[in-house]
Design a protein around this ligand. Structure first.
Ligand code: S3P
Length: 448
């Protein structure tokens, strides 16, 4: 992959037990949505605990380009002066979304619901990722889209004067596609309906309701959900506190589970049931995770995760659980490598179109470190072993979650694990190295 940055390799070695309290950054999904809905409200939205990773900085840039005023106050809170639904301005330049698929897809939908033209691009990873999944419903709503072959970025959207309110059944289990239709639907004169056959993360729905939109969610007898949003609401600014990201918490949680003697508490983590699949799975495998101090933060359930090292056994993770832990499979595979027996992960085809092909990248990383594993088109099988040899170098493909997962493996393997490039960690968890080191992790720069 042609990237212009200088790679930052990092090596993780077996150290003593991990201990202490870790506060991971704010949830990435909620942070994107807080900036976007703030930009579409009329007045000042204040956000505390925003993730200040590169993906969210890209969303701040995009919403500024569309007319919102966004500033950071001295107390660390972010203030967004919104333009109102339908009030975005035509961006002057091309919006570069860097590595963020979520940000790009949601912002394309917002821009596309306006009668102007906006052009989006991204880094070498993002321009390979499929955009057809949002282009198709946007076209049905009357948006003109001109994309590179294969429905890839760069692409240009040009909205009509009036969007068509559609009913859309999701063809893939994707919260991004659901959210794209809802966000474009905000600027339609009517009711937009999305039917999702699988429950995916529902932060867009929760936040739209909190901002005063009329949104109805019905769970059907077959488990599918029907979401109806009335277009052209006046969104009212809300104070938002972003809970800790469960997808970032996954790394210290798995590390504390597989490094013998560890005892770590990860504080203030979002426990929305559409995001807790990894905790359920690790517990089934024998992990010692206790949820303490449960509370509600901004309408979302939150708690602290008290984790002690434990012996794990392999399990079969059902396909139905995939949406609730879609970003956690690489680090689950690392836990599975240290478990007794096989772990089978089914129905995970979506992993092939993330920041990298995460099935291929995970299997290659495991094999490079002496762990046997097999891939199918939409499944992985990891053959756990009592001790993992390690000693390998893992190619991260500029994928933050691949990089962090294999650094976690290095903390428990017999020999150090090197990740070729950890630069992408800054997209979602800029403080990962510092926080993990403070808890006892041994990371260093490998010699060339
Ligand atoms: C996200 C949804 C997921 C996830 C991504 C964040 C979101 O993608 O992988 O990291 O914020 O909506 P899909 O909805 O495409 O599965």
């Amino acid at each position: 992959m042609a990237f212009t940055h200088t790679p930052t390799p990092l090596r993780a070695s077996r150290a003593g037990a991990l201990s202490g309290r870790i506060a991971v950054p704010g949830d990435k999904s909620i942070s994107h949505r807080a900036i976007m809905l703030g930009a579409l409200a009329v007045g000042d939205t204040v956000v505390h605990g925003l993730l200040e990773g590169e993906d969210i900085l890209a969303t701040i840039g995009a919403m500024r380009a569309l007319g919102a005023r966004i500033t950071k106050a001295e107390d660390g809170a972010w203030h967004i002066a919104g333009v109102g639904v339908g009030g975005c301005l035509e961006p002057e330049g091309i919006i570069d979304y860097g590595n963020s698929g979520t940000g790009a897809r949601l912002a394309i939908a917002i821009a596309g619901s306006h009668a102007f033209s906006a052009t989006f691009t991204g880094d070498a990873s993002l321009v390979k990722r499929p955009m057809g999944r949002i282009i198709e419903p946007l076209r049905r709503m009357g948006v003109q889209v001109l994309a590179r072959s294969g429905d890839r970025l760069p692409l240009t959207v040009q909205g009509p004067d009036r969007l068509v309110p559609i009913e859309y059944r999701l063809p893939v289990p994707s919260a991004q596609v659901k959210s794209a239709v809802l966000l474009a639907g905000l600027n339609t004169p009517g009711t937009v309906t999305v039917i999702e056959p699988w429950a995916t993360r529902d932060h867009t729905e929760r936040m739209l309701a909190a901002f005063g939109a009329t949104i109805e969610i019905e769970t059907n007898s077959d488990g599918s959900r029907t979401i109806r949003l009335e277009g052209r609401p006046k969104l009212k600014p809300q104070p938002i506190t972003v809970p800790g990201d469960p997808s970032s918490a996954a790394f210290p949680v798995v590390a504390a589970t597989i490094v013998p003697g560890s005892e770590v508490t990860v504080e203030g983590i979002l426990l929305n049931p559409t995001r807790t699949g990894l905790i359920d799975t690790l517990r089934e495998m024998g992990a010692d995770i206790t949820i303490v101090n449960e509370r509600l933060v901004g309408g979302e359930p939150v708690g602290d995760l008290a984790v002690k090292a434990a012996a794990l056994r392999g399990v079969t993770v059902p396909a139905a659980r995939a949406p609730a832990m879609i970003d956690e499979y690489p680090v689950l595979a690392v836990a599975a490598a240290m478990a007794e027996g096989d772990t089978v992960m089914e129905g995970i085809g979506e992993l092939r179109v993330k920041e990298s092909d995460r099935i291929a990248a995970t299997i290659a990383g495991l094999k490079a470190n002496g762990v046997e594993a097999e891939e199918g088109e939409d499944r992985m099988v990891v053959h756990g072993r009592a001790t993992v040899p390690g000693g390998g170098t893992v190619t991260s493909h500029y994928d933050h979650r691949i990089a962090m997962s294999f650094l976690v493996l290095g903390l428990a393997a017999e020999n150090p694990v090197t990740v070729d490039d950890t630069t992408a960690i800054a997209t979602s968890f800029p403080d990962f190295g510092r926080l993990m080191t403070a808890a006892g992790a041994a990371f260093d720069t490998p010699h060339a």
